[in-house]
Design a protein around this ligand. Structure first.
Ligand code: NAP
Length: 165
């Protein structure tokens, strides 16, 4: 199973969230997120799932939690531990699981990630949740796109895809 991290973080301090919410509106980044994850399994921690509040269409959301009670359906699955994550993904016929946050999952999966889809947001905002460092020397840059701030994108940002060497 391939695990791929997908995350947007503030360039200044690696902030990723505040009060269990995102800190920016970046429509073009949302489109990239959608195009990369579409058709795949997305794994998220219980707090991130609660902040979104639903499974996103066209993908299977796997929520990792030891406490949550959830009514599962075709696109929404509950995993109590990482072994269950892998078996659910296999049952879905998945080969690439996208790690969609939050900080606790990025931390846990950073040594395992084959792909890093990183959106670096040009901002310096206060928050309460931060992204771990990655061993970028173990990866090569395979894609990079820059976006200016606009009506659609609150801040400029750079999207980069790194793949493990
Ligand atoms: N900028 C971005 O791209 C991005 C993306 C996603 C999220 N975020 C932000 O990140 C923040 C949330 O991150 P967070 O680290 O506080 O929370 P989180 O990772 O979303 O959720 C943490 C919860 O996940 C469950 N969990 C984690 N590891 C587990 C394991 N090994 N086994 C069983 N359950 C496990 C636990 O739930 P139980 O307590 O129920 O056991 C834990 O309390 C929010 O501010 C959100 O907006 C940002």
């Amino acid at each position: 199973m391939i695990y791929s991290i997908i995350v947007a973080y503030g360039k200044g301090n690696r902030v990723i969230g505040k009060d269990n919410s995102l800190l920016w509106r970046l429509s073009d980044d949302f489109k990239l997120f959608k195009s990369k994850t579409m058709g795949h399994c997305m794994l998220m921690g219980r707090k991130t799932y609660e902040s979104i509040g639903k499974a996103l269409p066209g993908r299977t959301t796997i929520v990792l939690s030891s406490t949550l009670e959830l009514e599962e359906h075709e696109n929404l699955k509950l995993a109590r531990n990482l072994t269950e994550v892998e078996s659910i993904a296999k049952e879905c016929g998945e080969t690439e699981v996208f790690i969609c946050g939050g900080a606790s999952l990025y931390n846990r999966f950073s040594p395992l990630a084959t792909n890093l889809y990183l959106t670096e947001v040009e901002c310096n905002l206060e928050g309460d949740t931060f992204l771990c460092d990655f061993e970028l020397d173990q990866y090569e840059l395979v894609e990079e796109q820059s976006f200016s701030s606009s009506e659609k994108n609150q801040y400029p940002f750079i999207f980069r895809h790194y793949a493990k060497k």
